[in-house]
Design a protein around this ligand. Structure first.
Ligand SMILES: Cc1cc2nc3c(=O)[nH]c(=O)nc-3n(C[C@H](O)[C@H](O)[C@H](O)COP(=O)(O)O)c2cc1C
Length: 232
């Protein structure tokens, strides 16, 4: 995007870098600090019976070139199992206070292990313990049973947890390694829509598509974005 462009309307001639617009919007939403988790997004996946399912996760990175988003989760969770079977996903950001929505569609691949390791190491110990302690998306008989499970797994990691789980101080926390069943996913965009609220419901909508071709395990090449304006 050029310096003269305002983020509040799509120029007559649609830009050819929509992921840079998405990046700028996410940065603006984060800086505006108008709500908790401005980087939250809804991720939709499709189950074995073609049933879509959706949940909120945090977008931990948006890389406009070559164009993917990163989120972290449990690789045995419902979403991860669905994405392993069908890697097509959709992501949705909505910032009501800014009158903006972003829709992204594409293919999901696991993040490189080194990226997941680095992010896991940056998390607070409670979140690290949670990755070990919770079998995300599995049933559990009670909250007490869940807390017991987390405490037992914490003990196995060398943590001595007293009453709650939040009893450790900074000095006595042994390093916690990333479990193999927890890490990042990259959503490589092959479609993106930027939506800007307009007066009298004359909203701005631009949708761009491109081809993404897998060159090796988690690498893609892409064709340029081709955009068109949509009726609201
Ligand atoms: C604001 C917010 C942020 C969340 N962030 C994450 C996240 O980054 N990763 C994650 O696995 N779950 C996150 N969750 C929980 C998910 O919405 C969901 O409950 C969980 O991932 C299990 O989903 P699944 O059973 O469909 O796999 C978040 C929930 C909320 C409300």
């Amino acid at each position: 995007m050029t310096e003269n462009e305002t983020l509040d309307r799509l120029p007559h001639s649609l830009p050819n870098d929509p992921m840079h617009w998405a990046d700028a919007w996410l940065k603006e939403a984060t800086a505006a600090n108008f709500r908790a988790n401005p980087n939250s997004m809804t991720i939709a996946s499709v189950g074995p019976d073609d049933q879509p399912s959706a949940r909120v996760v945090l977008c931990k990175k948006l890389v406009p070139d070559p164009g993917y988003l990163v989120f972290y989760t449990n690789y045995r969770s419902r979403k991860a199992l669905e994405l392993a079977r069908n890697p097509k996903a959709a992501a949705l950001f909505h910032w009501d206070a800014l009158g903006r929505q972003i829709r992204i569609e594409g293919l999901v691949v696991r993040s490189p292990e080194s990226e997941s390791d680095e992010y896991f190491a940056s998390r607070d110990w409670g979140s690290q313990l949670g990755a070990w302690g919770s079998d995300q998306s599995e049933p559990v008989p009670s909250k007490d049973a869940l807390v017991r499970q987390i405490r037992e797994r914490g003990a196995a990691l060398g943590l001595s947890l007293s009453d709650g789980t939040q009893s450790l101080t900074d000095e006595n926390i042994p390093p916690i390694a990333r479990p193999a069943h927890w890490g990042g996913f990259r959503l490589w965009a092959n479609a993106i829509e930027l939506w800007i609220s307009g007066a009298d419901r004359i909203h701005d909508r631009g949708r761009w598509t491109r081809d993404i071709m897998r060159t090796s395990g988690d690498k893609f090449t892409t064709t340029p974005w081709v955009g068109s304006r949509l009726q609201p």
